[in-house]
Design a protein around this ligand. Structure first.
Ligand SMILES: *[C@@H]1O[C@H](CO)[C@@H](O)[C@H](O)[C@H]1NC(C)=O
Ligand SMILES: *[C@@H]1O[C@H](CO)[C@@H](O)[C@H](O)[C@H]1NC(C)=O
Ligand SMILES: *[C@@H]1O[C@H](CO)[C@@H](O)[C@H](O)[C@H]1NC(C)=O
Ligand SMILES: *[C@@H]1O[C@H](CO)[C@@H](O)[C@H](O)[C@H]1NC(C)=O
Ligand SMILES: *[C@@H]1O[C@H](CO)[C@@H](O)[C@H](O)[C@H]1NC(C)=O
Ligand SMILES: *[C@@H]1O[C@H](CO)[C@@H](O)[C@H](O)[C@H]1NC(C)=O
Ligand SMILES: *[C@@H]1O[C@H](CO)[C@@H](O)[C@H](O)[C@H]1NC(C)=O
Ligand SMILES: *[C@@H]1O[C@H](CO)[C@@H](O)[C@H](O)[C@H]1NC(C)=O
Length: 744
């Protein structure tokens, strides 16, 4: 008896399960209206939820919008989506919105009912939805966000087993519920509706399909489920002590960061990517370490442990995306196994490299990390059944072994060939952050992985080895650095595109006259020196023929200009001075030059610019309506700003004395080249001007633009041009909490 009381008092999670205790603080709330998407966030000590109401009447293009009430829950990457049509008239004419509760005055209130049945409490959100005209709930998808995304992004794909299991039942006197038992046979998702005020009773529409009929007016709803919850990190817990002031200064961003941060893992974004993604969380840790909490239970360890837990122990590959919750059970059943065990997607090739870099930055460079290393790395993995019993150190070593093995052939004497560069996995069209099918324009050897991530990971492995890690591989202390030197110095050349002034001008004029861009070509901005940049990828596929452009330097190069230079600037202090000066110079040129001559638009840097590709059909793969096209993403601008800041910082000599990993650095040559240094500084501050001018959307995943003859570039939500909704809050887009303009 006594011990049980003690247990409950020290483990708030269990105390909460045992009785319907009210949470001590008031719930945290955030409201973000975004065109037709009205976003509400709610978190309390029991659970957290993101509710998105889609109101077609607020859409730029109502014909494409569908009235929808969507709830996304971090636990199990779970969700409930309800699609509505007006009883009469076309879908786009149904207006709906949330009303504030007459009792709490809030749009959303938490739902909490103590455990019954499966031992988990029932948690969720309650609110009031108003329909402007009589409406029918025509479709609900209850269970996993993955199945909701299959429907919204997969051209309307529905799983019959899920849809057939949805039941419509009476709720109270005049309400109705749609609910579904998950594939685990124990969890249920419920959506309850009941009339408020004088609106019609909710009717179950005869004929099946779990359809409900509503009158015009206001209805209370409750969305809930009974699944084990995660332990959220509050804004105060996710930030380190020195950064507590951000909570008051940046309430939106710190509440968003907290919504995506849990002791078990950080989540990539919401509502579409509300789960572990290796690349997203590791890049976030790289950019945001200066403000994130360290030590046991802190954000840095949540990121690192989540990645280690999910490693494929056989080959050391770091997990890209986890498969959990109802979707995990479904996936297992499809493979003939009745199991709820989570699993992982390992198709990406870039994620492995981020892990040792983040580990080095924490366990070697941070006092807290150094102190925590031995305890943390002795932790036994418990998330994936296949990794049970392995320590975090053993798992980290598998990844390092993989990287060392992959690095060796290119680093060997005479080994610097295209064949020895890192390729996407066979048969997989994607492999790094530009992971839409056309993101790399058909390239199979990505620039970021080969010129930056591989050498940076090797430097990190060398530093970790020198700090006592990986003691069964004593040779790595030197070998990893030796490999890194080759990867740093010998990879850029494969991607180099050099155009004469005349060719560059012609290509820009062709791009504009082809109708790809309605604004000026800025061809006159091209100087006598022409244009140099490094292509986005190499085809690496000798069977592909390209149209033979005049003066095409190398048909193998995907000749799109891009922002991935930032990886080298941010992750490497390269030492080939001529190469570094030239590389910095061309990055600065592209930031200073207006699109399509360069990357700069007034709404930010485009992540890809195919203007110099010429008539190759591949150039048409990057447009303003492509996810990785001539569009603006937030985090690459943060990484570019942080990277240029680091390079400029190398010249101030204040960066010295940080252990053995700055190679006892001398001032790089570009620092003494005054015009070059000034150009890089100008690019740095130009970029910051763009970032600051676009602060309103910088916490979003990405955005696009249209050209207006009067006002030029106008930022436009991506969902206006694509059926893909971009996430309203994305973890790595919160990087500007940590990355700030410096006085350089
Ligand atoms: C909508 O159509 C139904 C069936 O045609 C009809 O009974 C109902 O009165 C109409 N409702 C409105 C609001 O016009
Ligand atoms: C709900 O209340 C907030 C202020 O608390 C107010 O800004 C908002 O307009 C209200 N919403 C509705 C639909 O009345
Ligand atoms: C759930 O129950 C069904 C029917 O009894 C069974 O076929 C299925 O394997 C069960 N699912 C799991 C995950 O055990
Ligand atoms: C429904 O709409 C009618 C016509 O606009 C209005 O008179 C009535 O009050 C509305 N009912 C509710 C419950 O809002
Ligand atoms: C942060 O603040 C807490 C509470 O004031 C304190 O216990 C802790 O030692 C501090 N951590 C660091 C790393 O300074
Ligand atoms: C883990 O790696 C091994 C070796 O490459 C591979 O055979 C296996 O399929 C991978 N596991 C998963 C779950 O992808
Ligand atoms: C580019 O050219 C335009 C005129 O075409 C000019 O207004 C602009 O200042 C130039 N920009 C740069 C960076 O040279
Ligand atoms: C590169 O040098 C800068 C300035 O000295 C430093 O801040 C940064 O940590 C170094 N980066 C690496 C990867 O060593």
């Amino acid at each position: 008896m006594l011990s049980a009381v003690w247990l409950f008092s020290v483990l708030p999670g269990y105390g909460a399960l045992a009785q319907a205790v009210a949470c001590s603080g008031s719930p945290s709330r955030l409201h973000i209206p975004d065109q037709q998407y009205d976003n509400y966030f709610l978190s309390d000590c029991h659970s957290s939820a993101h509710v998105v109401v889609t109101n077609p009447l607020a859409a730029a293009n109502p014909a494409q919008a569908v009235a929808r009430l969507l709830v996304a829950w971090p636990a199990g990457n779970s969700g409930a989506a309800a699609f509505f049509s007006p009883e009469n008239g076309t879908a786009s004419t149904l207006g709906l919105h949330l009303e504030n509760s007459t009792s709490s005055g809030e749009a959303l209130d938490p739902v909490y009912e103590p455990a019954q049945g499966n031992g988990n409490p029932r948690v969720g959100v309650a609110g009031q939805v108003h329909f402007d005209s009589p409406a029918v709930l025509t479709l609900s998808i209850l269970g996993s966000i993955r199945n909701i995304r299959d429907y919204t992004e997969g051209g309307g794909v529905l799983n019959n087993d899920i849809q057939n299991a949805i039941q419509a039942t009476k709720y109270g006197n005049s309400g109705a519920t749609v609910s579904r038992m998950w594939f685990d046979n124990t969890t249920t998702t419920w959506l309850d509706f009941a009339p408020s005020d004088a609106s019609d009773p909710v009717q179950i529409v005869p004929g099946g399909g779990a359809r409900l009929r509503f009158g015009n007016g206001t209805y209370s709803f409750r969305a809930s489920f009974n699944y084990p919850q995660l332990q959220q990190l509050s804004p105060e817990q996710v930030l380190n002590n020195a950064s507590q002031g951000l909570v008051a200064q940046n309430q939106d961003q710190t509440t968003s960061l907290s919504f995506l941060s849990y002791k078990e893992k950080l989540l990539a974004g919401t509502w579409r990517f509300l789960t572990y993604f290796g690349r997203d969380t590791l890049i976030t840790a790289l950019l945001m370490q200066p403000v994130l909490s360290e030590g046991q239970g802190g954000a840095m360890e949540a990121v690192i442990s989540a990645a280690l837990e999910r490693i494929n122990q056989t080959d050391g590959t770091v997990c890209h995306e986890e498969v959990i919750g109802d979707f995990a059970t479904l996936t297992n059943l499809e493979n003939g196994v009745a199991s709820n065990a989570p699993s992982c997607d390992y198709k990406m090739i870039d994620t492995d490299y981020y892990l040792p870099i983040v580990m080095k930055n924490y366990f070697v460079d941070s006092d807290t990390g150094r102190r925590r290393a031995s305890d943390f790395l002795a932790t036994k993995a418990s998330f994936l059944p296949g990794n049970a019993g392995l320590t975090y150190l053993e798992l980290a070593q598998r990844t390092a072994e993989k990287i060392m093995r992959l690095a060796a052939p290119f680093a060997a004497p005479g080994g610097q060939t295209v064949d020895n560069l890192m390729h996407l996995n066979p048969g997989v069209p994607v492999g790094e952050w530009r992971d839409s099918n056309n993101g790399l324009g058909g390239g199979r050897i990505p620039f970021d992985v080969n010129t930056a991530l591989m050498p940076a990971a090797l430097r990190a492995i060398a530093a970790l080895s020198r700090a006592g890690f990986f003691s069964t591989h004593p040779d790595w202390k030197d070998a990893a650095d030796r490999y890194a030197q080759v990867w740093e110095d010998e990879t850029l050349q494969f991607f180099r595109v050099s155009l004469t002034q005349a060719d560059a001008r012609n290509l820009l004029n062709d791009y504009v006259s082809s109708g790809a861009f309605a604004g000026p070509s800025n061809a006159a901005n091209i100087t006598r020196d022409g244009v140099v940049f490094y292509g986005l990828a190499l085809r690496g596929d000798t069977t592909t023929t390209t149209s033979n452009q005049p003066n095409q330097p190398d048909a193998n190069i995907i000749r799109a200009m891009h922002t991935d230079d930032s990886f080298r600037h941010f992750l490497l202090n390269t030492t080939d001075q001529a190469q570094l000066s030239a590389f910095l110079s061309q990055t600065a040129d592209h930031i200073l030059a207006p699109f399509p001559a360069g990357l700069a638009t007034s709404v930010g840097l485009v992540v890809a610019n195919p203007a110099y590709y010429g008539a190759d059909p591949a150039a048409a793969l990057w447009t303003t309506s492509d996810y990785h096209g001539t569009v603006v993403w937030s985090w690459p601008q943060a990484m570019m700003a942080a990277g240029l800041g680091r390079q400029l910082g190398r010249g101030t000599s204040s960066g010295k004395g940080k252990g053995d990993d700055d190679h006892g650095e001398e001032e790089p040559a570009f620092c003494r080249d005054k015009p070059l240094r000034e150009k890089v500084r100008a690019a740095y501050h130009r970029l910051w001007d763009l970032i600051e001018a676009n602060a309103a959307q910088s916490s979003e995943e990405m955005w696009t633009w249209r050209w207006d003859p009067q006002s030029g570039f106008v930022a436009v939500p991506f969902s206006d041009v694509s059926s893909t909704e971009s996430d309203v809050r994305q973890l790595w887009s919160l990087a500007f909490l940590a990355v700030r303009r410096e006085d350089l």
